[in-house]
Design a binder for this molecule. Structure first.
Ligand SMILES: NC(=O)c1ccc[n+]([C@@H]2O[C@H](COP(=O)([O-])OP(=O)(O)OC[C@H]3O[C@@H](n4cnc5c(N)ncnc54)[C@H](O)[C@@H]3O)[C@@H](O)[C@H]2O)c1
Length: 322
């Protein structure tokens, strides 16, 4: 199949090299508003450059969040399946519009919540589904970045909950199979001033209440100097399971090898698995492992967390979904 990849930045470069290595991908066409960047990446991974949708079987969108909706709508209008990086859009209305476009066109939209393809996190989901943890009372999910992104990224990111903890919100829903009904959140700024200047925080905690009463705690920071640390734990009446604890986890004294530098290393296998799944979806041989509706649900949790943090009160999901 021929895949068009739009956006040759950080995650675009990662996905381009994965796609170029997949046997089912016979052609890869890279597009970026920065044509030099597209050309350099295409040369590196053995792809072509181009800026139209003609001759493509599917599109992979790895541009900044603010551009996703228009690119999803363009691919949908051309009748092409779309893989889009998270989040689908920075706001609920834009997310709903993108979902409506793919629904009307009858094309699948798979969203890049790669934790759904992480071996440890899927093992936690399987254990909860099989009942081996008993009644799950508590889920803890963490995204701790080693160093903050630049000011320009922060200003356009939608804030720490929509940009970063949205992965944790999706992972909590994914492993438990439950919906979030209420969120209480807090944030802090003890790092660079540009977070506060953008109305954002550099560190945050969100407590989620799920629809069966289970509690989940999601923590996120942009300043985890020890390294990139993404973990998830589920604690139940019959047992507990942790995902993301291995020799690279930057948690002295358990770190036994070089700590993860970033998402590229931590989720290498998950990124390959999610794009392999997308190619199977395009070929009609596999399911959509993360439909757009899942991204909307995670974004609603982020919206509630942001409002809770700003107003210092618990926020129910029904309030932000209205
Ligand atoms: N799933 C993950 O782990 C993960 C990790 C990083 C980023 N992301 C997501 O991926 C997206 C991109 O993030 P990034 O850090 O790679 O950004 P980036 O700024 O490094 O790259 C974006 C690229 O898109 C290009 N671009 C901008 N507008 C365009 C347009 N209209 N058409 C074509 N090209 C365009 C830019 O020139 C740039 O090269 C964001 O939505 C982010 O949330 C996801």
């Amino acid at each position: 199949m021929r895949i068009g990849l739009i956006g040759a930045g950080r995650i675009g470069a990662l996905h381009a090299s994965t796609l170029a290595s997949l046997p089912s991908v016979t052609g890869l066409v890279i597009e970026d508003v920065d044509r030099d960047l597209a050309r350099v990446l295409a040369e590196k991974v053995g792809a072509e450059t181009g800026d139209g949708l003609g001759g493509l079987d599917a599109v992979v969108v790895t541009t900044p969040t603010s551009t996703h909706r228009a690119l999803i709508e363009r691919a949908a209008a051309a009748g092409l399946p779309v893989f889009c990086e998270k989040p689908v859009a920075p706001d609920v209305a834009g997310t709903r519009a993108a979902l409506a476009a793919v629904r009307a066109a009858g094309v699948p939209l798979q969203v890049g919540f790669q934790r759904r393809h992480d071996a440890g996190i899927t093992a936690v989901r399987d254990a909860i589904a099989a009942g081996t943890l008993g009644t799950v009372h508590l889920v803890r999910s963490a995204t701790h970045d080693p160093a903050p992104p630049p000011p320009g990224y922060v200003a356009g990111s939608g804030g720490i909950f929509r940009d970063c903890a949205v992965h944790d919100f999706d992972a909590v829903r994914f492993v438990t199979g439950r919906e979030v009904v209420e969120v209480s959140a807090a944030g802090a700024n003890r790092g660079d001033a540009y977070f506060a200047e953008a109305g954002d925080v550099d560190t945050a905690v969100a407590t989620l209440t799920l629809d069966d009463g289970t509690l989940a705690v999601c923590t996120a920071t942009r300043y985890n100097g020890a390294g990139y640390d993404v973990r998830l734990e589920a604690h139940g009446s019959a047992g507990a399971l942790a995902a993301g604890l291995d020799a690279h986890t930057p948690l002295p004294p358990i770190t036994a090898a070089a700590p993860y530098a970033g998402f590229g290393e931590r989720f290498r296998d998950a990124y390959v698995a999610e794009l392999t799944a997308f190619c199977a979806l395009v070929a009609g041989t596999g399911p959509n492992t993360c439909p757009g509706e899942e991204a909307l649900a995670a974004l609603l949790v982020a919206e509630a967390a942001d409002l809770s943090r700003r107003e210092g009160r618990p926020v129910r999901i029904t309030e932000v979904a209205a």
